[in-house]
Structures are given as structure tokens and as C-alpha cells.
Write a protein that binds this ligand. Structure first.
Ligand code: ADP
Length: 475
């Protein structure tokens, strides 16, 4: 089976969030279980030159907006699988990866260039695996191509939703510019008088997936469907939930090069050392017996920052530390800064993006907070589990799939979770966690339960292979 994964971001070439992690790791895991896979992604200004191993195509002339765009393609295997990076400077060499008024045009171009490239490099893939609204354009183009281009006739499409909140909406009068002038194509995009790339992908792809079982149900409800729940309900017989995996080669406390001491579920001594180093890193006094609450995230409303703001005072009142890594909305950045000014001996903050610090925090913290409003899958709770950092989460999306409440009677469960979006409920779980933390044996049990859980990509990749088989009609 030949699979082409198309994604707007992929680690290590580019990343703004979970999509990048998934698109980088899945092709590698597919390759490891014997699936012939290729990744196609843009070459951004942010993509490090060391990852561009060679020039694969010098003259990828892409038919575009009535002319020809002279793009290039680089080749790399820096993510562990064959990757082609489309180089189109006017679209991708910019200060940030997203956030431009013409993002829809940038990714419409990328999609068309990706299909142009695939046709150029070899036989047609059996499956083109599309990701998020950025790839809705390819879904429609492939549905059309299949009708008249023999090359694509056998190819089937899988469309994965990583976040339903972003839909790539733009003026429908622009569709013809991107080659979608036909009535059928236009109708695929039309949504409430505008064009929606997400809607198009959901409507015309052969099968759909999303990144956890719980989120697959949630996007069929108005609250998380963002106006497209009617469509996910309509296509629910073609929709599956596959929980993302973790790249344990990158996130492994036994070998992690970013952390000062190594540890595993049998011997957690190294975690104590990581905790000491973490406190030092943030210039906090080292009181090793006090718990560290941590959070690493984009500072947006989705991540439940409002709930964290409401409970932060209570956490500090218990004498615990709080460490926060992330940047985003100003009101949230201001809050963390004010908290740090208020309690400089207990609060550590870093405004910005740092992979290395993320590893150090996962290794050194005791409790990880993730009270998200919604969370399609979430990765940090899974990293936390592997590093013996006990998660407190809201029971939504992938958080609900991967975290089980600790039960002190049976000794089962790997964390703490609550249902309603309420600071009181969050606080109840925080106090429960502190109670458990006070008993080292109990705490060790919770940590071990989490560290032993297998959220590997190999597991997830096998489920994707089943989905591909189903999409090809082999099941
Ligand atoms: P989302 O995709 O909604 O941002 P996920 O939990 O699925 O959330 O993935 C977020 C990824 O981005 C994780 O790998 C997380 O560690 C990382 N991340 C987010 N903010 C930062 C930051 N400031 N520094 C380092 N890593 C970060």
C-alpha cells in the first residue's frame, strides 16, 4: 500500500501544535510497520536548512491562477520517512506559519503543488491522507481528477480533523481563481454563503478520522461542531477516532538528552534531580518536598487558562509551585506575569516557545494541569504520563480517552479528571491530587500506572492502516 500524507506542518520541519507532531510522526511509524509512505509539506522560512537534504525537483512548475508558479521541492528524511518540501517563497517565506489574510490561497496553492509533485515522482498513491482545513482543497481536486485522470482513478482519500475550530473560511467568489469553477466543486465548498475548506474536506473525502474516540463523538454535537456538526453526523458511518501516539524516541525519560538525570518506572530517583534542576532553572528556592504544578500550552481560551487563573491563588496558598511555559493572548500573558510578580518564590514563567524547556518541565514537575474547554487529542497529558508527572484534566476529547481517574481502593488510574467546566470541580481534583501526593506510596502507584501506559505511534499507526484498508474497500 502506498500512502501520501499531506500536511501544512510537520515536525521537525515546522510546528505550531499537535498537527505538526502527528504529521511528522505518523509517516515514520507507518514506515516502521512496512507501509510505503511519503510526506508532503511546505518549506517555510522557519524550516531549518539542515533538514533540506537535497533538491528533489528544480522545476516544479505549478499551474496556478492562469499562469505557472516556478516552485521547487526539497527532499529530506529528517522525520524518519521520505519527505518532499514544497518551496514557494512568496507563500511560505514569512514571519509566521499562519495568520495571513490570504492563508486560504497559500494552502490552496500548497495542495495543488502537492498533487502536482505526487504525479511527478512515481505511481499514484493508494491513499492520500489529508489533514485539517488546509487540505480540503486537495480533497475536492482529487474527487474531480478521479473522474477524468487515469493516474488518480484508484486513489482514495482519508481526511483527518485535528481541530474543528479552524475551518479555513473565505469568500466564495475566490474559488474560481484556485481552479474550483465547476458547480459541483463550488457546492462542495459552499457553507453559509461563504467557502469553507474544512466543509469541503469533510464532504467529499472517502473516509474521515479524528484524533480521539471521544472527539469523534463531540464534533457531532453543536458545541464542538462549529456549525458543521450536521455534516459529521451525516457522515458518521465513515468517521473513526484514532488517538494520537507519542514519539517515544523523543519523549523518553530514560534517554531524553534535554534532561539532567534519567529515570524510569522502576527507579524515579532521577526525577527528583530533574525537579531540583527545574527549580534552579526558574530561580526558585529548592524545597524539594513541595509539589510543582505545571502547564505548557498556547495561551488561548481553548486551553482552560481561565480556570487556571481562578485556582492559581488556592494552589499557591498550599505552598506549591506553579511553572508555566507558553505564549499567546495578552490577557493571559499578563496574568501569569502578575502572578509571578506577586509570588516570585513560587511561580516560574517563560513566555515563548522552547522544546528543550518543555522536556525539562515534563521531567521535573509533579502535576500537569490541562483543564481544556475542548481538546481534540492533546499531547502534553501523554508526555506527562510517560514522565511520571500526574495529569489533572478535564474529561473532554483525547484527555478523556487517555487519563483514568485514580481510585484509591483499587489502586487503578493514572491521574485526575473532572467533567463540568468549573473552577470548583477543578479545585476538588487539585486537592485530591495533593492528598495523594502527601502519601509517597500512593503517588508512586499513580505515577507507575501512567508510565506503563502504551500510547506509542506504532499502536496508532496500525489503526490508521486498518482505516486505509477500510477506505480502499478491503474490509
Ligand atoms: P495544540 O495542538 O492544541 O496546541 P497539543 O497538546 O495537541 O495542543 O500539542 C501541543 C504541542 O505543542 C505539544 O507538543 C506541546 O508540548 C507543544 N507546545 C505548546 N506550547 C509550547 C511552548 N511554549 N514551548 C514548547 N512546546 C510547546
Amino acid at each position: 500500500m502506498r500512502v501520501a500524507v499531506i500536511s501544512a506542518e510537520a515536525v521537525p520541519y515546522s510546528k505550531t501544535g499537535g498537527l505538526g507532531d502527528v504529521a511528522g510522526a505518523l509517516p515514520k511509524a507507518l514506515k516502521q510497520i512496512g507501509v510505503d509512505s511519503v510526506l508532503v509539506t511546505p518549506c517555510y522560512w522557519q524550516t531549518k536548512a539542515e533538514y533540506l537534504w537535497s533538491t528533489a525537483i528544480d522545476d516544479l512548475n505549478v499551474d496556478w491562477r492562469g499562469g505557472v508558479y516556478p516552485a521547487k521541492a526539497f527532499y529530506s528524511e529528517a522525520n524518519g520517512s521520505p519527505t518532499f518540501l514544497i518551496d514557494a517563497p512568496s507563500y511560505f517565506h514569512r514571519d509566521s506559519i499562519y495568520g495571513y489574510r490570504e492563508d486560504h490561497e497559500r494552502f490552496a496553492f500548497f495542495n495543488h503543488a502537492a498533487l502536482t509533485l505526487l504525479k511527478r515522482i512515481g505511481p499514484a498513491p493508494d491513499i492520500v491522507h489529508l489533514n485539517d482545513w488546509h487540505c480540503g482543497f486537495s480533497a475536492v481536486e482529487l474527487a474531480s481528477l478521479r473522474r477524468w485522470d487515469a493516474y488518480w482513478q484508484q486513489t482514495r482519500t482519508v481526511f483527518s480533523i485535528h481541530n474543528m475550530a479552524y475551518q479555513g473560511v473565505f469568500g466564495a467568489d475566490e474559488l474560481w481563481k484556485f481552479g474550483f469553477g465547476g458547480e459541483q466543486e463550488r457546492n462542495a465548498f459552499l457553507s453559509n454563503g461563504a467557502a469553507s475548506a474544512m466543509k469541503a474536506g469533510l464532504l467529499v473525502s472517502d473516509t474521515l478520522s479524528t484524533v480521539s474516540r471521544r472527539y469523534a463523538q463531540e464534533i457531532q454535537m453543536p458545541e464542538n461542531g462549529y456549525g458543521l456538526d450536521w455534516l459529521t453526523r451525516q457522515r458518521s458511518d465513515r468517521l473513526v477516532g484514532i488517538t494520537n501516539g507519542v514519539d517515544y524516541e523523543v519523549w523518553d525519560p530514560r534517554t531524553d538528552p534535554d534532561i539532567g538525570a534519567h529515570f524510569d518506572e522502576q527507579n524515579l530517583e532521577g526525577k527528583r534531580e530533574c525537579k531540583r534542576l527545574l527549580l534552579e532553572e526558574f530561580s526558585l528556592p529548592v524545597r524539594i518536598e513541595r509539589p510543582i504544578f505545571a502547564n505548557i500550552t498556547r495561551l488561548t481560551a481553548q486551553k482552560g487558562i481561565d480556570l487556571m487563573m481562578q485556582v492559581a491563588g488556592e494552589i499557591l496558598a498550599t505552598g506549591a509551585y506553579i511553572i508555566s511555559l507558553g505564549s499567546g493572548e495578552k490577557r493571559y500573558e499578563d496574568f501569569w506575569q502578575a502572578l509571578r510578580d506577586h509570588a516570585p518564590d513560587q511561580v516560574g514563567i517563560f513566555r515563548g516557545y522552547s522544546e528543550s524547556l518543555a522536556h525539562k518541565i515534563e521531567a521535573g514537575a509533579d502535576i500537569f494541569m490541562m483543564p481544556s474547554k475542548f481538546e481534540p487529542c492533546g499531547l502534553n497529558q501523554m508526555y506527562s504520563l510517560r514522565y511520571g508527572t500526574v495529569p489533572i484534566v478535564r474529561a473532554v476529547g483525547g484527555l478523556d480517552d487517555t487519563v483514568q481517574n485514580f481510585d484509591s481502593v483499587t489502586g487503578t488510574g493514572n491521574g485526575f479528571k473532572f467533567g463540568p467546566y468549573s473552577a470548583d470541580r477543578f479545585l476538588e481534583r487539585i486537592y485530591e491530587a495533593l492528598f495523594a501526593y502527601a502519601d509517597p506510596e500512593t503517588w508512586r502507584t499513580i505515577q507507575r500506572n501512567g508510565m506503563e501506559q502504551d500510547n506509542s505511534w506504532q499502536n496508532a499507526a496500525r489503526k490508521y492502516v486498518e482505516l486505509y484498508g477500510w477506505t480502499l474497500g478491503r474490509w
